[in-house]
Write a protein that binds this ligand. Structure first.
Ligand SMILES: [Zn+2]
Length: 313
């Protein structure tokens, strides 16, 4: 069963696809142009993704596919839709490099598991990544050798606007005050902003800068990858800045002279009662806040015997 694309703005259709993990759905968007349609994001590469897209796109001439960022629920079915439509795939260069590094690299599950261990995560939680790494692989069918999506480039009248933070290479699209926001701006959930190995050093700093630029853009509508349309994007950006200000303060308050790992701090911030996958998200999110505090001079990082710890500075 595939719900029909739903009009959400002039010339913009929203396609809501299932996601087996939280938040249970992901939105892709179809943008109408003079010569056909631009599809933004592709959903997770579930086994029936190709059939689902064939049904959804019946009668629509898709000329290009924009991948906003390399997370599985956005890039996962890119190859299926490209094969189906013959359309060109556009993806930012930073993003595609990370996409290959993570999903095109059989060594990655080991690399990231070791990194979580170094941040104090218990072996059982870190090592589960080695198993799920292989379970997820078939659902991430990214398109190889995409055309480069360059910041500032116009894609059928939509401007490519980089919004790093949720992921380093995330690119949104903007036209006439309408922002196709990917996972940069969401409501009611807050976009995850985590630190990961091989990522930019200060994802939360990047994110807060992107939120400031969002306020400057003064868009009148943001359409995100999950949840509801956002009628006041600047106001939502302000709320998210405040959300992280509070979390930064709580993170700083959890530090003392006694060295604590990112995992230990995450237990203070997010509690212990989380499944392994949620625990890892919590640790990555905690680390992005700890690293921001280090850059602000409010925390210090030490690395001894393969364990990374933080103290108040
Ligand atoms: Zn997403």
């Amino acid at each position: 069963m595939t719900p029909a694309p739903e009009p959400v703005h002039d010339g913009v259709l929203r396609v809501t696809l299932p996601l087996p993990t939280r938040p249970g759905h992901v939105h892709a968007y179809l943008l109408e142009g003079d010569d056909g349609w631009t599809l933004v994001d592709t959903g997770l590469g579930l086994p029936d993704a190709g059939e689902r897209w064939a049904e959804t796109l019946t009668g629509l001439d898709v000329r290009r596919i924009v991948v906003t960022h390399m997370h599985p629920d956005h890039v996962g079915a890119a190859r299926d839709v490209r094969d189906l439509t013959g359309a060109e795939v556009l993806e930012g260069e930073v993003d595609y490099a990370q996409c290959r590094l993570v999903w095109g690299n059989p060594e990655w599950p080991k690399r990231i598991a070791a990194w979580f261990l170094a941040n104090g995560v218990p072996a059982a939680v870190a090592n589960e990544l080695l198993e799920v790494g292989f379970v997820y692989a078939p659902f991430i069918r990214y398109a190889e050798e995409p055309a480069a999506l360059v910041p500032g480039q116009l894609v059928d009248g939509w401007e490519a606007v980089p919004m790093p933070g949720h992921s380093d290479g995330q690119i949104c699209l903007l036209k006439d005050g309408v922002l196709i926001a990917a996972d940069h701006l969401l409501a009611p959930i807050s976009p995850a902003v985590g630190l990961y190995p091989e990522s930019r050093p200060d994802p939360l700093g990047d994110y807060l800068d992107s939120l400031e630029r969002t306020i400057e853009l003064d868009a009148r509508l943001a359409l995100g990858g999950h949840g509801a349309a956002i009628e006041d994007p600047s106001e939502r950006a302000r709320e998210l800045i405040e959300h992280h200000r509070v979390r930064l303060a709580r993170t700083a308050a959890s530090l003392s002279d006694d060295p604590r790992s990112g995992y230990q701090v995450s237990l203070t911030l997010f509690g212990r009662d989380l499944k392994p996958a949620a625990q890892r998200f919590a640790v990555a999110e905690t680390l992005s806040h700890l690293e921001r505090l280090v850059l602000q001079g409010a925390a210090a990082r030490a690395d001894a015997d393969g364990l990374v710890t933080y103290t108040a500075a």
